[in-house]
Design a protein around this ligand. Structure first.
Ligand SMILES: [Zn+2]
Length: 224
């Protein structure tokens, strides 16, 4: 069941213990970032907080983020991830770098960070020094990097892009593992990803997923 926590003014963290979403409540509209698994009950959790119309914007299209789309009807999602969310029963609308969403005193700007998926997006509020990186920056991980929808080279480039913003951020709230975390984790995840690419991490076969677990100094990757 999804639990809700008022984390900052008008900003709620929704968390079912597996994945989290973010709800910003404004005066005329609410803004929801991601929708959880199909069985997370995110719609019910949102409706306990607000009756306002809800605009949904997506960090990416993986099933643990797009599973609850149906009840919201539509969402903004980068087109490179549409194939992951088609069939979820929601109308998909484009989301691109530079798109800005204002709600409840927040101003979220979309940044393209392909790699974890080809359509992965982060959202930054520069005034509040807040970064929502989806799954692409995490403390412990695992960061899923196996299968055809992932690209480690692009992931590394995207971590570098986020690194350039690290001094403009104080608070990072990932969708998995610990939160909040500091901007130092961008560089730490980059360091681990570069070690993974260089073949310097040792993989252990995962018990049931078709991948290996690679533990870096800071975070874990699931990789082919
Ligand atoms: Zn995820």
């Amino acid at each position: 069941m999804t639990e809700t926590r008022l984390f900052m003014d008008n900003f709620y963290v929704l968390d079912d213990g597996r994945v989290r979403q973010f709800l910003i409540v404004g005066t005329d509209e609410a803004l929801l970032i991601d929708t959880g698994f199909e069985d997370s009950g995110v719609y019910e959790a949102v409706r306990k907080i607000t009756d306002l119309p809800v605009k949904v914007i997506m960090t990416h299209g993986d099933g643990d983020h797009s599973g609850g789309l149906k009840e919201f009807g539509r969402c903004r999602l980068n087109e490179a991830d549409w194939h992951l969310a088609e069939g979820r029963g929601a109308k998909l609308e484009p989301l691109n770098e530079g798109d800005v969403f204002e709600c409840g005193g927040y101003r979220l700007e979309a940044i393209a960070i392909p790699g974890h998926t080809y359509g992965s997006m982060a959202f930054i509020d520069r005034a509040k020094r807040l970064l929502l990186p989806g799954d692409s920056v995490q403390k412990e991980g695992p960061i899923f990097m196996f299968g055809e929808d992932r690209n480690l080279d692009l992931f590394i480039e995207s971590e570098k892009k986020l690194c350039a913003l690290a001094d403009r951020v104080d608070t990072i709230i990932p969708c998995h593992s610990s939160y909040p975390i500091g901007p130092e984790y961008i560089g730490r995840d980059l360091e681990d990803a570069e070690m993974l690419k260089a073949g310097k991490l040792t993989g252990e076969k995962h018990a049931f997923l078709p991948c290996c677990s690679y533990k870096g100094k800071w975070t874990e990757f699931y990789y082919d």
